[in-house]
Design a protein around this ligand. Structure first.
Ligand code: PMP
Ligand code: GLN
Length: 380
């Protein structure tokens, strides 16, 4: 058996959700909304299921969805992508796996940033890559030139960037984007940009992809997810966009990973991407209200909450909150004693973890957030 997998635990998201289901805890752990999602997008997928083909769609995705991705990024991010540069995948997770397996050869060094979405490291290791980890720290979680220089070598081949960043709730700023682009160009490295949170931003923040930086158009794989954009995380429809010479190789990985993705869900996602700007603004405004509701409640209970500019997550700084437990112990106490599931942020570190931050998902109905806050009136 392959040691990468025999030595791997179950993801913290699944572990916490399973415990919440078993114990009746309110689940603010794994990131998923508890609403139904947009009815018109659901209706379009349902219509396509009944009225259209349920046989294999084209390997690279339906022309309708690929065209919708091109149009969406033109309208919302000013990008000029061609149809041949878009490959539909079964969730961003499949896109990450395809990109990593297609682009990493044994011994290649891959720069990643901790906190690290949990799929990255095992995929890089399974591909034979060598992880070079940059450690980001609260409260600002910023990438510095010195930190990048410390992990650079003549074997640097790839950078994996997640922005907006789960779990930190930050976006890379202009200086960081310039730094990363210069780094990739200087090392002739490709950037895999996990942008699944690209629409979930607050207070007027703007998402800018690394693909738009000078020198990056030909060396970026931009990954998105309909699950996040439409609050339908179970759909597992995603895509990867890259210049043709990279996309051709990504397609080879995709053809033997899943080959294709449910056609009715592709129809729903294509319809959704064409919705007018107001939908996206209202979605953001709704989540912003939920962020503010949970934050105000937590502050009212004496917790120090880190700033959240994006994603569905707020983080409690335990040290600043006067909690003397580490994040794992606190999350354990909270689920066992108060009946609220959260995610200890140390789970996002492979080495030298930050141990005083706990993540809570606010993409929930007001009643769910209020019930969780009521349970959290008990403090350890
Ligand atoms: N990357 C990040 C940073 C995520 O937060 C998630 C899901 N929450 C994914 C990838 C996976 O996306 P999908 O469900 O589309 O596979
Ligand atoms: N990305 C989600 C989160 O951060 C979890 C996704 C999963 O469970 N695979 O909570």
């Amino acid at each position: 058996m392959n040691p990468v997998y025999t030595q791997l635990g179950t993801t913290i998201f699944e572990a916490m959700s399973a415990r919440a289901r078993a114990s009746g805890a309110i689940n603010l752990g794994q990131g998923f909304p508890d609403g139904r999602g947009p009815e018109d997008v659901l209706a379009e997928a349902a219509r396509a299921l009944i009225e259209e083909s349920n046989q294999y769609p084209p390997m690279l995705g339906t022309a309708l969805l690929r065209q919708a991705v091109v149009g969406h990024y033109r309208a919302h991010q000013g990008l000029d992508l061609a149809l041949e540069e878009v490959i539909v995948t079964s969730g961003a997770t499949e896109a990450l796996a395809c990109a990593i397996f297609a682009l990493v050869s044994p011994g290649d060094e891959v720069v990643m940033f901790q906190p690290l979405y949990d799929a990255y490291l095992p995929l890089v290791e399974r591909a034979g890559g060598v992880a070079k980890l940059v450690r980001l720290e609260p409260p600002h979680w910023r990438i510095t030139a010195d930190a990048l220089a410390a992990v650079a070598s003549d074997r640097t081949r790839l950078v994996i960037l997640n922005s907006p960043l789960n779990p930190a709730g930050t976006l890379v700023n202009a200086a960081e984007r310039a730094l990363l682009a210069d780094f990739c160009v200087a090392h002739d490295a490709i950037a895999i940009c996990d942008e699944v949170w690209e629409h979930v931003m607050f207070d007027g923040a703007q998402h800018r992809s690394l693909i738009a930086e000078p020198g990056m158009r030909e060396r970026t794989v931009k990954i998105g997810s309909a699950g996040k954009i439409f609050s339908l995380t179970g759909w597992k429809v995603g895509w990867m966009c890259a210049a043709p010479q990279i996309a051709e190789v990504l397609a080879k990985a995709h053809q033997f990973m899943t080959f294709t993705t449910a056609p009715n869900l592709q129809a729903g996602a294509a319809y959704g991407l064409g919705k007018d700007r107001r939908y996206f603004e209202e979605m953001r405004a709704g989540y912003q209200r939920s962020r503010d509701r949970l934050t105000a409640g937590l502050v009212g209970l004496g917790y120090a909450v880190l700033p959240c500019a994006a994603t569905y997550f707020v983080n409690i700084d335990l040290t600043a909150s006067g909690v003397e437990m580490g994040d794992v112990a606190f999350a354990e106490w909270l689920i066992a004693e108060a009946g609220v599931a959260t995610i200890p942020v140390s789970a996002f570190y492979a080495e030298a973890p930050v141990t005083n931050v706990v993540r809570l998902c606010f993409a929930k109905q007001d009643a769910t957030l209020d019930a969780a806050l009521a349970r959290m009136e008990r403090r350890p």
